[in-house]
Design a protein around this ligand. Structure first.
Ligand SMILES: Cc1cc2nc3c(=O)[nH]c(=O)nc-3n(C[C@H](O)[C@H](O)[C@H](O)COP(=O)(O)OP(=O)(O)OC[C@H]3O[C@@H](n4cnc5c(N)ncnc54)[C@H](O)[C@@H]3O)c2cc1C
Length: 396
């Protein structure tokens, strides 16, 4: 009732359509059929039969639609018959980038709230001080570790999100067709990573936000739990994260034998080379992490590109750990690039040293604390295929 008319974009089959995705067409199905003047006229045969009772995102009224209960809804074919799914794919990159950004946004909100709480909640004495007084929990090492891990991963996601979005614009605006195609290939490779890695982290970071609140995190009044509930849909809709990993391995890496991913690895190594000339312990620690990330991503990509041809099921069993490794490694690369700029700008007159030092420290934390466990996905991604199908269906 909010709008004069509602237009549903509906995927449906025509009567003689072939089985499978090639039989799916795209239709516009309006709530009110247009009259002779193109104004909303007679009601179409469709209705909302219920609202879903969901775990989170309660302000988004996801509903069950029923079409054709009274003889048939009228739909207007969009484009050609049988091309519905491919038309949907034209919206897919944008939608997947946007859902990834939802993961980032919830993570950022959870971080801001947790940081504010940590500065005001007083509990226990300061381990680094002889004073017996209780202090705000932001003084405790483990709370700092949680805040740093939220902050570092958010910065890495944001960098990869911008990089991907800039690639979308770059591919559109590039006058040279072949160069534009190369940028688009890189975007296509990154989209499932942005969607799945960002939304998995959105959940993990929202959960860390609850943890920083202690018992109050479990109480609805603080709002910390709402972020966790709202984040839970993100790895599910717009193609589950398992499907994103399948797309990354089975389509994107398989398509070019890993060439696009290996070009990214070459860019990571070029940044590591550039860093050799920059001074400081932070830069050296970040560079060490970056080289390890490039090594692991190269090894994993070559294994996936080979396995997808010779033992597809093993490659798919390792697809989620592969995506995780790729996202974390690429995020580390972009933080390293940021750190390099920060280091260069630090001595300059008009710079903001607090901001630049925070960039360096955050990138170092990421390189030393976040990267190592993620790079250890190399073992699991190669091993999963050996055991996932050993038990029979009945044993589950
Ligand atoms: C709140 C909400 C809003 C939504 N909004 C929209 C919307 O606006 N438009 C729209 O079109 N859809 C929408 N959806 C639908 C949503 O996109 C799907 O629910 C989602 O893509 C998962 O599909 P499914 O539910 O059929 O799960 P299934 O495909 O049944 O998946 C179940 C499990 O099996 C796994 N799986 C399935 N196939 C494979 C495979 N081949 N390889 C490996 N693993 C596999 C999945 O990863 C998942 O873990 C919405 C859903 C919800 C809950």
């Amino acid at each position: 009732d909010m709008a004069e008319n509602i237009v549903h974009l509906v995927l449906a089959r025509t009567p003689d359509a072939p089985a499978g995705v090639r039989g799916i067409s795209l239709f516009i199905v309006p709530k009110y059929l247009p009259d002779a003047d193109g104004k909303p006229g007679k009601r179409n045969d469709l209705r909302c039969v219920s609202l879903e009772h969901k775990l989170g995102i309660h302000a988004s009224p996801t509903c069950v639609m029923s079409f054709g209960d009274d003889g048939g809804a009228v739909g207007y074919l969009v484009g050609e018959e049988g091309r519905g799914l491919s038309y949907m794919f034209t919206m897919m990159n944008n939608a997947r980038l946007s859902v990834g950004i939802q993961g980032l946004a919830i993570a950022e909100r959870a971080y801001q709230q947790a940081a504010a709480f940590a500065r005001t909640r007083v509990q226990s004495k300061d381990d680094g001080s002889a004073k017996p007084d209780s202090v705000a929990i932001v003084h405790h090492a483990d709370v700092r570790r949680m805040l740093m891990s939220m902050r570092a991963q958010i910065e890495a996601m944001r960098a990869l999100g911008y990089y991907t979005a800039a690639g979308i614009d770059g591919a559109l605006k590039q006058p040279d067709k072949a160069a534009g195609r190369k940028i688009q290939d890189r975007v296509d490779l990154l989209i499932p990573i942005v969607k799945a890695w960002f939304t998995d982290l959105g959940n993990e970071i929202a959960s860390t936000g609850v943890q920083i609140h202690g018992g109050m995190g479990f109480i609805e009044d603080t709002g910390a739990a709402q972020h966790l509930r709202d984040a839970r849909i993100l790895p599910i809709y717009e193609g589950t994260n398992g499907i994103q990993a399948r797309d990354l391995v089975g389509r994107k890496v398989a398509k070019d034998g890993g060439e696009t991913m290996l070009a990214l690895v070459a860019d990571m190594r070029a940044t590591a080379e550039e860093m050799k000339a920059a001074p400081g312990d932070d830069i050296e620690a970040i560079r060490t992490g970056l080289v390890a990330a490039a090594d692991a991503l190269e090894d994993a990509t070559k294994w996936v590109a080979q396995s997808v041809k010779t033992e597809l099921v093993s490659a798919l069993a390792g697809s989620v750990p592969f995506l995780r490794l790729a996202g974390t490694a690429l995020g580390g690369w972009l933080l390293a690039r940021g750190a390099l700029v920060a280091q260069t700008r630090l001595g300059q007159r008009d710079s903001d040293p607090d901001f630049l030092e925070a960039k360096l420290v955050t990138a170092r934390f990421y390189a030393e604390v976040i990267l190592p466990p993620a790079l250890a996905q190399l073992g699991p991604l190669k091993a999963a295929g050996r055991t996932v199908f050993v038990l029979s269906e009945e044993q589950f």
